[in-house]
Design a protein around this ligand. Structure first.
Ligand SMILES: NC(=O)C1=CN([C@@H]2O[C@H](COP(=O)(O)OP(=O)(O)OC[C@H]3O[C@@H](n4cnc5c(N)ncnc54)[C@H](OP(=O)(O)O)[C@@H]3O)[C@@H](O)[C@H]2O)C=CC1
Ligand SMILES: CC1=C(/C=C/C(C)=C/C=C/C(C)=C/C=O)C(C)(C)CCC1
Length: 312
């Protein structure tokens, strides 16, 4: 192992982006990283261990970490030599879709406890060490929904907006300590994330929701969202490549979107600071011209647009 390897702690490595990233960094040909791949339920570790192959026990170790528990965070850090984390990747997250009226406050709080306070809890734990060493990098797996709200994703988007505001604010102070913050913003990614959401919304009855809203959710949003995943969805491998590039950068950027094919959708927000272009256009497309929207989504997946991973 290279003597100057960096210790990278990643949350949520049982599947998806976290698993892919842990494996890619652990298999780095230059052996630049010592990866602590964590997950809340160690019974799920077999997939990661199999994917890590020969890196297991060498450049990759697996530890238990529930981002919602102070005790679990402290335990995990106590297993890392000197408690030293050079790069923290806040990846663990949960989704939530559905009409607001049918979701309990407790369900919404769980999204914030995991996506927002989970990241904050880890940062509070590693920051004193990073500040002492005057060195560190905190990477946050945010989302395009940290930049723009999406219908029926109100609470999930709010949790990612919270991350964006929190880490942009912190980035200013941490420059003084030579600690960098990077927010990575994927669009739809083909992981268990979507399946979990579809299962959750198929089983949920959303009590107290009026029939019109329920039908907009089930008959309009769900099919179009599925089409979006099929047309512009990235693989976790592609997203992990972008994150690995951000981690290896000497001057890491504050924000990185991973999916060039999603850019026309996020541009609707950035092109008009008042927000009306995005809200009016998506409302019209969804409620008045859903067939045109569907055609547009198919166009986004056609080969004439830029390649999937961006920046390349
Ligand atoms: N998939 C997508 O379309 C997109 C995903 N993202 C973000 O990417 C990140 C990774 O998601 P993705 O890989 O897609 O989805 P997955 O569902 O495959 O992975 C999510 C990971 O987070 C873990 N997790 C959930 N709650 C906790 C907790 N309390 N403590 C520790 N780990 C926890 C899950 O563990 P367990 O197996 O135990 O549930 C799992 O390992 C999330 O932050 C998500 O918001 C961003 C943009 C798009
Ligand atoms: C923007 C947009 C849509 C949906 C976007 C979705 C569903 C994005 C999902 C992003 C994910 C899964 C991010 C995870 O963090 C619709 C409804 C097609 C209408 C047109 C505009």
């Amino acid at each position: 192992m290279a003597s100057e390897s960096q210790t990278v702690l990643i949350s949520g490595c049982s599947s998806g982006i976290g698993l892919e990233l842990a494996v890619q960094l652990a298999q780095d040909p230059k052996k630049r990283y010592q990866v602590v791949a964590t997950m809340r339920d160690l019974r799920k570790k077999e997939t990661l261990e199999a994917a890590a192959g020969k890196a297991l026990g060498k450049t990759l170790s697996v530890e238990q970490l529930d981002v919602c528990s102070d005790e679990s965070v402290a335990q995990c850090l106590s297993h890392i030599q000197g408690g030293q984390v050079d790069v923290l990747v806040n990846n663990a997250g949960v989704g939530l879709v559905g009409p607001l009226e049918g979701l309990s406050i407790a369900t919404m709080q769980n999204v914030f406890d995991t996506n927002f306070f989970g990241a904050v809890r880890l940062v509070k734990a590693v920051l004193p060490g990073m500040k002492r060493r005057r060195r560190g990098h905190i990477v946050v797996v945010s989302s395009v929904m940290g930049l723009q709200g999406v219908i029926f994703n109100d609470v999930y988007a709010a949790s990612k907006f919270a991350l964006e505001g929190f880490f942009e604010s912190l980035a200013i102070q941490l420059r003084q300590f030579n600690i960098f913050i990077s927010l990575v913003e994927p669009g739809p990614v083909a992981t268990e994330f979507e399946g979990k959401l579809l299962n959750q919304s198929a089983l949920a009855e959303f009590p107290g929701t009026d029939p019109d809203t329920l039908s907009y959710f089930r008959d309009l949003y769900l099919p179009l969202s599925g089409e979006l995943f099929r047309s512009v969805g990235q693989s976790p491998y592609d997203v992990a490549q972008v994150i690995a590039k951000v981690i290896s950068s000497t001057r890491p950027p504050l924000r990185t979107q991973t999916n060039a094919r999603y850019l026309p959708l996020s541009a609707l927000k950035t092109l008009s600071p008042s927000g009306s272009l995005y809200v009016r256009t998506t409302h019209r497309l969804l409620f008045h011209w859903p067939r045109l929207l569907s055609l547009g989504l198919r166009c986004l997946s056609c080969g004439c647009l830029p390649k999937r991973v961006w920046p390349g």
